[in-house]
Ligand binder design. Structure first.
Ligand code: DGT
Ligand code: CA
Ligand code: CA
Ligand code: ZN
Length: 579
């Protein structure tokens, strides 16, 4: 039993207490849940020693410790079962709808009998919600719009969660002597921002051994199906499909199962035009064959072992998976216009990062040292300025920004990277960048980001106004979306990209896997308009520098080349861009 499973249970407890109108206790449960989730050891192990051992965890009191022990021992907590019986609603799913909290769930269950997302959607559509005391037509409208988003979020997993899981699986599989090759396929290989499931392909002559090895993976929660050549499991809440194929057919299978469906249709038709048959087993010359549909492997095999061979058989290059969306990549290849995509190795520095001056965890010096260790040439400190959407004392006042200027100047001379000092300023609901313009002018770089009024829908003009601000260099996480949590602003990316190109302001690809903002299609609009792009991690600690790959691969989905990405440029070129 993992710590996050126990934590999730405590969170459900908190939600259910809150739904029934209990005060204070819910926040105690939430704090306990947070510390359980982050506890470095196995809480299950502590539970075996008894409640006193569990209560050693910060913020976990005796009552909560006893419940954790009961859960570990019996798989149940009596009080929670009672709460579930009193309020038989899927609180976890319902509270994922933006604007619906535990209290709302309690009220809508009492008044309308809403138990799940289906019920909620229906109640909104039938205009029943507005009849409940305390709810208006506007709230009902919001719920109707957000419930669809929550449903989709239910079905797809963030790339940032799926990718590390898939990599652990590949490592586990590759340890088996039966495995000649193991690779991801499907949307995860194309680096889509969310995945429906994780697809893995294995080259082997011993399918059953591979399926056994798969089932022995420690992350498997339950086995959905298992045959000789393929199997599906649920691991960490994600469906994982594996297929074992003959090494001679591995390339064809990899091409087929990487997709996308749209890409494959174009490639398969091209094979047909050349008298070839292309499927997951290989490429076959069927020009001499009477009935090409008589079987899967009819005709003369011309390719199959490697993906490069499969594409070569139809006169195409082995497309980077990120390009395989059926959005013109095959035509571009024919015209010799495929991009030379940016790579992680091209990135020379991070232009949007935080320190403990705002909400980062480390000092300026530690972040700068980590940037040098990451192999970068330069590093830019951009802590939050105070402003709309930046709460508490996280944001720096103008005076604090000036103080930080001196602090950065002290670190810079001894640093092994060139250190820039910037700020992450805020864009208000009207597109005004709220930090003093003279102060912004004194900084090396300005990231401007929307942190407030993120529900406001259409926001193209608002963002264009920020992009045209003379001191803004980068528009940070432009839509403000949080994948599977918040849809973010609606933007006409073509218009935004045209304005950014004119103003010579970079549009950010925020590499935080919860954001990936801009997304790939929007990056493509930027690249086509000639707008500069910046791939930033928005790191709040050195460990988050590793997220850069998510940003780079998202930029690749937008056909970005190194020349399009300002932080692949050398210092001189970057400085003239920053002006
Ligand atoms: P996902 O899982 O929804 O994020 O998206 P994909 O692209 O991973 O889709 P998935 O897992 O259903 O199938 C993986 C790939 O296998 C898909 O991109 C193309 C290929 N594929 C699956 N089913 C079919 C099919 O019926 N026809 C063709 N042509 N290709 C298919
Ligand atoms: Ca898939
Ligand atoms: Ca699949
Ligand atoms: Zn930031």
């Amino acid at each position: 039993m993992r710590n996050d499973e126990i934590a999730a249970l405590l969170e459900e407890f908190a939600d259910r207490l809150e739904a029934t109108g209990v005060e204070y206790k819910p926040s105690a449960y939430r704090r306990a849940a947070e510390n359980v989730r982050e506890y470095p050891g196995a809480v299950e192990g502590l539970a075996a020693e008894g409640p006193e051992a569990v209560a050693e965890i910060d913020r976990v009191g005796d009552a909560i410790a006893a419940k954790i022990v009961a859960y570990v021992e019996t798989g149940e907590i009596e009080e929670l079962e009672q709460l579930r019986a009193e309020l038989p609603a899927d609180i976890e799913a319902l509270t994922r709808v933006e604007g619906v909290g535990p209290k709302t769930v309690g009220t809508l269950y009492e008044e309308l009998g809403v138990e799940d997302l289906d019920d909620l959607q229906q109640a909104a559509e039938n205009e029943q919600i507005r009849t409940v005391k305390g709810f208006g037509a506007k709230t009902e409208q919001n719920i109707r719009e957000n419930v669809q988003f929550a449903r989709e979020a239910d079905e797809r997993t963030r790339l940032g969660d799926a990718r590390p899981l898939a990599e652990r699986l590949l490592a586990h599989l590759r340890e088996s002597p039966a495995v000649e090759r193991a690779e991801t396929a499907g949307s995860i290989r194309r680096w889509r921002d969310t995945v429906g499931d994780v697809d893995v392909l294995v080259a082997t002559t011993d399918g059953p051994a591979v399926v056994d090895r798969f089932q022995s993976w420690d992350a498997v929660d339950d086995v959905i199906e298992a045959g000789d050549q393929k199997a599906s499991v649920r691991a960490a809440g994600v469906r994982v499909d594996i297929r074992a194929v003959d090494p001679d057919e591995f390339g064809a299978a990899l091409q087929y199962f990487t997709g996308s469906m749209d890409h494959n249709v174009v490639v398969r038709n091209r094979a047909i035009d050349r008298g070839l048959k292309l499927n997951e087993y290989g490429v076959f010359d069927v020009s001499e064959v009477e009935d090409p549909d008589a079987g899967q492997r009819v005709g003369q095999r011309v390719a199959g072992a490697t993906e490069a061979d499969v594409y070569a058989a139809v006169d195409l290059p082995q497309f980077p998976p990120e390009l395989r969306e059926g959005t013109g990549e095959v035509d571009a290849a024919d015209d010799g216009e495929l991009p030379e995509l940016v790579t992680v190795a091209d990135v020379r520095g991070d232009l949007h990062t935080h320190t403990d001056w705002s909400d980062g965890t480390e000092s300026i010096e530690e972040m700068v040292t980590a940037a040098a260790e990451a192999g970068y040439d330069y590093h830019c400190v951009t802590d939050h300025a105070a402003g709309p959407g930046v709460f508490g004392d996280i944001g720096l006042t103008d005076d604090e920004i000036r103080d930080q200027m001196e602090a950065v100047a002290e670190v810079a001379p001894d640093a092994e990277v060139d250190v820039y000092h910037g700020v992450e300023a805020n864009i208000d609901a009207d597109g005004v960048v709220t930090t003093d313009e003279e102060l912004l002018a004194a900084l090396d770089l300005v990231v401007a980001s929307p942190h407030a009024a993120l529900q406001q829908g259409e926001a193209t003009d608002r963002l264009i106004r920020a992009v045209e601000h003379p001191e803004v260099d980068i528009l940070g996480h432009p839509t403000g979306r949080l994948i599977n949590e918040r849809p973010g602003l609606e933007v006409d990316f073509q218009q935004l990209a045209a304005a950014a190109a004119d103003a010579d302001t970079a549009l950010e690809v925020n590499a935080n896997p919860a954001r990936l903002d801009l997304h790939g299609e929007a990056v493509r609009a930027a690249v086509e308009a000639g707008a500069p792009v910046a791939v930033d991690t928005d790191a709040h600690s050195p460990a988050e520098f590793d997220n850069v790959r998510y940003g780079v691969h998202t930029a690749r989905r937008g056909w970005a080349e190194p020349d399009d990405v300002v932080n692949t440029w050398d210092n001189d070129r970057l400085q003239s861009f920053l002006g």
